[in-house]
Design a protein around this ligand. Structure first.
Ligand SMILES: Nc1ncnc2c1ncn2[C@@H]1O[C@H](COP(=O)(O)OP(=O)(O)OP(=O)(O)O)[C@@H](O)[C@H]1O
Length: 265
């Protein structure tokens, strides 16, 4: 029997922008069902460009992206849904939490009763069922990000793309959200690709970390982490976590711009 196609498969994908900037050199990457893959690397190494290619928000200049072994027209079919979470939660300030979460279902033309029935389960997944009637201005930054995640989950995605979603949050809130994300992804087997500037966040969340280098953007190394490790506070304090962080620090130092000849401050 043939092995199932990876959820995402990039084959010799490169990106040259219209102004001639080479965002990504040709690279290959396959992400399998249920993986939580983080992209880390110095500023400008092409993390967001890679994520946008996977989201079909950018078109490759060369090579091909396949979603579940097919082209982008497969997206939206049963078992092939994709959701994007950005750093800015971009909530509608004039609508309450429930209406904000319902938005993608409204845009998809899901009948109102059916859509309403999916709001509370999505809010429950992010621990916000008590806040359905509140307005964005009445929420903390962490709560607004949880609403944004609930809005991504309400479509029941098969692939979640997250671009530095917790980068603007304080460390305590970020750690809590990381723990929730890890639990959610493990429980639902949700395939996730996660861009972060924090190696600690990548170490905590991921089953695989892709370390990227700049000029031009490319994959420098891949680091696999046992997905079976419980991602909780105890893991954060463990020797295993410290070792993973040390290894990732070493890999990042190999691609640090100063190593490549840049002057410090
Ligand atoms: N629309 C665009 N037009 C031209 N160049 C672009 C465009 N978008 C990105 N780039 C360039 O492509 C390269 C990769 O950018 P990208 O934003 O993907 O990097 P990044 O790793 O996500 O950076 P950061 O960590 O700072 O967010 C950079 O040199 C950037 O200046």
């Amino acid at each position: 029997m043939l092995a199932p196609a990876p959820t995402i498969h990039l084959q010799s994908v490169e990106k040259v922008f219209p102004n001639g900037v080479r965002g990504l050199a040709p690279l290959d990457l396959a992400v399998g069902q249920g993986e939580l893959v983080s992209l880390i690397g110095p500023s400008g190494c092409g993390k967001s460009t890679l994520l946008k290619l996977i989201a079909n928000l950018h078109q490759p200049s060369g090579g091909a992206v396949r979603w579940w072994g097919e082209d982008f027209s497969a997206i939206g079919r049963e078992g092939r849904r994709l959701s994007f979470v950005f750093q800015d939660p971009t909530l509608m300030p004039w609508s309450n939490v429930a209406t904000n979460v319902r938005l993608p279902l409204d845009l998809d033309g899901v009948p109102r009763a059916q859509a309403e029935a999916r709001i509370m389960p999505a809010l429950r997944q992010v621990g916000l069922e008590h806040a359905a009637k509140r307005y964005p201005a009445q929420l903390s930054g962490g709560m607004r990000m949880r609403v944004s995640i609930a809005r991504a989950l309400v479509t029941r995605p098969d692939l979640l793309l997250m671009d530095e979603p917790f980068g603007a949050l304080d460390e305590f809130t970020r750690n809590r959200l990381d723990e929730d994300m890890a639990r959610l992804c493990a429980r639902d087997g949700l395939t996730t690709i996660f861009v972060t500037h924090s190696l600690y966040e990548a170490a905590f969340l991921s089953s695989r970390v892709i370390v990227m280098a700049a000029d031009p953007g490319r994959i420098h190394a891949e680091y696999v982490i046992d997905p079976g490790m419980p991602r909780d506070e105890a893991f954060r304090m463990s020797d295993a976590f410290a070792r993973i962080c040390r290894d990732l620090t070493a890999l990042l130092s190999e691609v640090s711009p100063r190593r490549a000849g840049e002057e410090g401050l």
